[in-house]
Design a protein around this ligand. Structure first.
Ligand code: S3P
Length: 428
């Protein structure tokens, strides 16, 4: 993919898009398949570089998966992986590093997890602390960050009250719980995406879901599955928001993942005026999918705050990017976590919105973006962050003049082919 992409304004957007398989589910299914009995067959596996990082780490851990296009076949090794002879390179992927840590905590060998410059800046204490409490020996570069060195084995169950709402950490602790003596419980301050819980059940584990938490008894065996991974809702968000911007638009996305802990953007868009219809609802392995049709409107504005901030966390970049085109603007609160994603997303959004001529108020834990603003094309910096690159491609569709997105290649992290897909629906 070109490092730089030029986006011209559009008259409207219309057509159908096919999305890569969900990134969150692809990571989890691949990891659980590796420690299951028997083979797993995953169709529509995420084409993103992040999930390739997970597969590459699994290879180093002795998992002989095969890939033919979007079909990935994974022969399970049972609960024991092979001791690695080289560091496990997680690339840009926080999900790989944090969730794989949970499985490595249960392995009686030493391993090292490394990442790129962005991942090496992201907080790891949140996952290290509970895994250490379970008995894993973990050291970090400077007490806080990657590389992580893990010597696992002999885990005991814990009651983990998570201080930060993080689905990656929740999954990591539950995965470690598979290897622990006793019943491991996690409780989150706000309920986050529950793909980990659903994936564990799909692979045959008994996971209980009391209140705002989840629990698992150690020593359970997993068995391989056959699955088609739903389209990635967070990738769909760019097209849903593009369609939202133009009253004459009409966009259809089929096979889309509609897990209720992921799809709050549909409620938000409907609440600000977008017309949405959902058909062909199906459920497989506990995950809901459907066909979503969207037609744009004059958009009202809204305020996003906890618990919706957590549920919309990956969609906030694109919501911020379309906020200036709404009537009353969008205010984003309780979003401090955005500062420790693949980039400092609050800063990246403010800088790039201002480059396009928008007035923005940047706060420590959010943004306020007034409505009824007209933006002009500008040079955008992705800051190496896939969601920033894609969000501003959407803002550019309604701007005056061309927008140049520098570092656009970052989109491969979750959605190779994003710019081609966008061109195919943009009408000029
Ligand atoms: C993810 C959880 C979220 C999200 C990330 C994917 C997951 O991160 O931002 O893109 O698959 O569990 P946190 O767990 O850090 O909140």
């Amino acid at each position: 993919m070109a490092e730089q992409q030029v986006i011209r304004p559009a008259r409207t957007v219309s057509g159908s898009v096919r999305l890569p398989g969900d990134k969150s589910i692809s990571h989890r299914y691949a990891m659980l398949a590796a420690i299951a009995q028997g083979a797993t067959r995953l169709d529509n596996f995420s084409t993103g570089a992040d999930c390739a990082s997970t597969l590459n780490c699994l290879r180093v851990l002795g998992v002989q998966w095969e890939r033919a296009g979007n079909l990935v076949t994974i022969p399970g090794r049972g609960l024991k992986l092979r001791a690695p002879t080289e560091p496990l390179d997680c690339g840009n992927s926080g999900s790989t590093m944090r969730m794989l840590s949970g499985i490595l905590a249960g392995q009686d060998f030493s391993s090292e997890l490394v990442g790129d410059a962005s991942l090496s800046r992201r907080p790891m204490v949140r996952v290290v602390t509970p895994l250490q409490a379970m008995g894993a020996k973990i050291t970090t570069a400077n007490g806080t960050h990657a590389p992580l060195r893990i010597t696992g084995g002999n885990l005991k169950a814990i009651d983990c009250k998570m201080p930060v709402a993080s689905a990656q950490v929740k999954s990591a602790v539950l995965f470690a719980g598979l290897f622990a003596k006793g019943e491991t419980r996690v409780e989150e301050p706000v309920r986050t995406r529950d793909h980990g819980e659903r994936a564990l059940r799909a692979f045959g584990a008994d996971v209980r879901l009391p209140g705002n938490g989840a629990s698992i008894v150690g020593g359970q065996e997993l068995h391989g599955i056959e699955a088609t991974i739903p389209g990635d809702f967070s990738s769909a968000a760019f097209f849903l928001c593009a369609a939202a911007l133009f009253p004459a638009s009409q966009v259809t996305i089929s096979g889309l993942g509609l897990n209720p802990t992921r799809s709050s953007l549909l409620d938000l868009l409907a609440g600000i005026g977008v017309r949405i219809s959902i058909t062909q609802l199906e459920e497989h392995h506990g995950e809901l999918t459907g066909t979503v049709q969207v037609q744009g409107a004059e958009l009202r504005g809204t305020t996003i705050q906890t618990p919706y901030t957590e549920r919309l966390i990956d969609e906030i970049p694109v919501l911020a990017a379309i906020a200036p085109y709404t009537e009353s603007g969008i205010e984003i609160r309780d979003a401090r976590e955005l500062r420790v994603k693949e980039s400092d997303r609050i800063a990246a959004l403010a800088v790039n919105l201002r480059a396009m001529g928008a007035v923005v108020e940047e706060r420590e834990d959010g943004l306020r973006i007034p409505g009824r603003q007209s933006l002009h094309g500008a040079e955008i910096d992705s800051f190496g962050d896939h969601r920033i690159a894609m969000a501003f491609a959407i803002a550019a569709l309604r701007a005056q003049g061309e927008t140049v997105i520098k570092g656009a290649g970052a989109a491969v992290i979750s959605f190779p082919g994003f710019f081609e897909a966008l061109e195919s629906v943009a009408q000029r």
